[in-house]
Structures are given as structure tokens and as C-alpha cells.
Design a protein around this ligand. Structure first.
Ligand SMILES: [Fe+2]
Ligand SMILES: [Fe+2]
Length: 141
């Protein structure tokens, strides 16, 4: 695949939650979303796009599991509501995956998925993830 270098999300320090491992995973998520963006932009077919989507979904599940373990270990008070958001995101990704495979306009579905991913990542990191981080790092909540 030729790289155009186009990105839908660019990491900046505003995304940092102050936990290196979590920041690194968020950077990986951003890279995977950008790879999907580039593939949709280049009009690649589902043969190329579905593996990228599968990879992104697998990594999101891994990342959520890691965060849930950190929150559990820290006794984070809003664990249940945070986990519920993770579960909803995974359900939405699965629904998009199903929709994408049967879609007659995959390019459009792909862009809708990307808009969802961008909005989710931004909101979830900036608000929900930043809210649990102090409990994990031991800083005041
Ligand atoms: Fe989270
Ligand atoms: Fe996260």
C-alpha cells in the first residue's frame, strides 16, 4: 500500500493521561485508526480494510482489558461506569464491522466508522481516561 501520510488524528500531549503504558496504547490506537483512514481514503477493498479493522478491534479490546485491570487494582470508584463505556464501544465496533461487511457503499460506511472512532477516542481519552488516571498514579482525585 502506498502511504499518503494522511491522518485523521494526530497525537498531542493534551491526550496524555500521565501513565506511560496507557499513553503508548493510545498512540497505537491512533496509529491503527490512521492506517484505516488511509486505506478508506485510497478506496481499498474490504480484503485490505477488514484486517485493519480486525486489528484495531483486537487492540481496543486488549487496551480496555488493561485499563480495567489498572482501575480494579487502584479501587477506582467509577470502575463500573467506565467499564460500561468500554463495553458499549466494543458493541458499536462489532455492529460497524457487521455493517461494513454487508454494506453496498463501503466507502461511506468506512468514513462513518472513522468519524465514530475519532469522536470516541477524543472524548473517551480526554474525559473518562483522564478521570481514572489520578487514582492509578496515586495523585489526588
Ligand atoms: Fe477507557
Ligand atoms: Fe483508553
Amino acid at each position: 500500500m502506498d502511504s499518503t501520510g494522511r491522518k485523521i488524528i494526530i497525537w498531542n500531549d493534551d491526550y496524555s493521561v500521565g501513565i506511560d503504558k496507557v499513553d503508548d496504547e493510545h498512540k497505537s490506537l491512533i496509529n491503527k485508526i490512521n492506517a484505516l483512514y488511509e486505506a478508506v481514503n485510497q478506496n481499498l477493498t474490504d480484503v485490505d480494510i477488514l484486517p485493519l479493522l480486525d486489528d484495531l478491534m483486537d487492540f481496543a479490546v486488549y487496551h480496555f482489558t488493561e485499563e480495567e485491570q489498572l482501575m480494579r487494582d487502584a479501587g477506582y470508584k467509577d470502575f463500573d461506569s467506565h467499564k460500561a463505556i468500554h463495553d458499549t464501544i466494543v458493541d458499536k465496533l462489532k455492529a460497524f464491522h457487521r455493517r461494513y461487511t454487508v454494506s453496498e457503499n463501503q466507502r461511506r460506511t468506512g468514513f462513518e466508522l472513522l468519524i465514530f472512532l475519532k469522536g470516541w477516542l477524543y472524548k473517551h481519552i480526554k474525559f473518562a481516561d483522564k478521570a481514572y488516571a489520578p487514582a492509578v498514579t496515586g495523585k489526588k482525585q
